[in-house]
Design a protein around this ligand. Structure first.
Ligand SMILES: Cc1cc2nc3c(=O)[nH]c(=O)nc-3n(C[C@H](O)[C@H](O)[C@H](O)COP(=O)(O)O)c2cc1C
Length: 337
């Protein structure tokens, strides 16, 4: 019998297949079904910096408006005036903690250090077992260079890590010029792990209406290879960070591939939305079968065996692979000519 027990962010999980951030966490019954199917942990959907900033702004405006009329305005504030989304999120966290017996990871999503990060403390106090901090950052300012963006992001991570005692994992976008260096910097400011990668939701361009439409499609397995690449490099070159794979995991084979490249856990969002929370069970069955077929008694035994340091041909992960792959195509074309 294969042992799937996994350590991630200092937590012991019954399996390395985790429900990824998304709407499933908003339904405690769906989360319970995912856990019954074998999910090792649940990552909640995100609480966004903008939601909290709006909330703080609304509270300030209300205080200002009331203060104009009455010196004791603070006393008139309706209960919950500071709450709205933040309090709603805390209530969801409490409901989830009551529904499942696996770790619950809360998710904060933002780009700048500021007052909103105090919610990290509230989430920890409310029982979150860990935090995933999603750096969904779209650079649009030509005056802010890559170094400045990374410094700002590392500062945010440091602020959150310092504020809480629970582990913090950072969910990264797929585009960094020097990912191992940035991951090392995050480890230096106290991040316990990174999640690769965020999906940047690409809006659609409607030429008839001359509009840009919001658009969200579920993932396919085509999104997995860039994650495997990053995992293979990070697990070899930045030890001490727990790696989570997010994006394109739809089967047990995919989970096994991510673990072989160095992932501690795989996070699954689209597959559970497309097929229901029970999909976690079939992914786990597939993972068990793959481990059994490969003679690995545990998922730990598989972890990292194909990474940049341990793959039989490590150049498969590097530039040399690129050269050889292109060469292969050249000889196919030559044979055809
Ligand atoms: C409907 C939907 C909602 C999502 N909401 C969040 C979110 O609130 N926070 C977050 O970090 N990621 C969110 N994601 C991204 C997923 O967590 C995940 O990174 C991405 O979908 C890739 O994983 P997948 O291939 O398993 O779907 C969402 C994805 C979907 C499809």
């Amino acid at each position: 019998m294969v042992d799937l027990t996994t350590r991630w962010l200092g937590l012991t999980l019954k399996s390395p297949v985790v429900v990824g951030a998304g709407p499933l966490s908003q339904d405690p019954d769906a989360a319970r079904r995912a856990v019954e199917a074998g999910a090792g942990a649940i990552v909640m959907h995100s609480l966004f910096e903008e939601q909290l900033a709006e909330e703080q702004m609304a509270a300030h405006l209300m205080i200002d408006a009331l203060a104009d009329h009455d010196a004791e305005a603070g006393g008139f504030l309706p209960s919950g005036a500071f709450s709205m989304d933040g309090e709603g999120y805390l209530a969801e966290l409490a409901a989830l903690k009551g529904a499942v017996d696996v770790p619950v990871v809360a998710s904060l999503n933002g780009t700048s250090d500021g007052g909103w990060t105090r919610y990290a403390v509230k989430l920890a106090e409310a029982g979150a077992d860990a935090l995933e901090l999603n750096l969904y950052d779209i650079a649009t300012d030509p005056a802010e260079d890559a170094a400045a963006v990374e410094a700002r992001q590392a500062g945010l991570v440091a602020a959150v890590v310092q504020a809480v005692t629970i582990p913090v994992s950072v969910k990264l976008a797929p585009a960094y010029t020097a990912l191992p260096s940035f991951a090392t910097r995050l480890r230096g400011v106290g991040a316990a792990g990174v999640t690769v990668f965020n999906r940047l939701f690409a809006p659609r361009v409607d030429l008839e209406a001359l509009e840009v439409e919001r658009h969200l499609e579920l993932s396919t397995a085509a999104e997995l290879p860039p994650r495997l690449h990053a995992l293979a490099i990070l697990s070899a070159r930045v030890p001490g960070l727990d790696l989570a794979c997010s994006g394109g995991v739809h089967s047990g084979q995919h989970a096994a591939q991510a673990i072989a490249c160095g992932a501690a856990v795989v996070q699954v969002t689209s597959a559970t939305l497309a097929h229901g929370p029970e999909r976690i069970g079939s992914i786990l069955d597939g993972l068990r079968r793959t481990l059994e077929a490969g003679g690995s008694p545990t998922s730990d035994a598989l972890r990292g065996i194909l990474n940049l340091d341990r793959a039989p041909d490590p150049t498969a992960w590097t530039r040399l692979n690129y050269v050889r792959t292109l060469d292969g195509w050249r000889s196919i074309l030559n044979r055809r000519a």
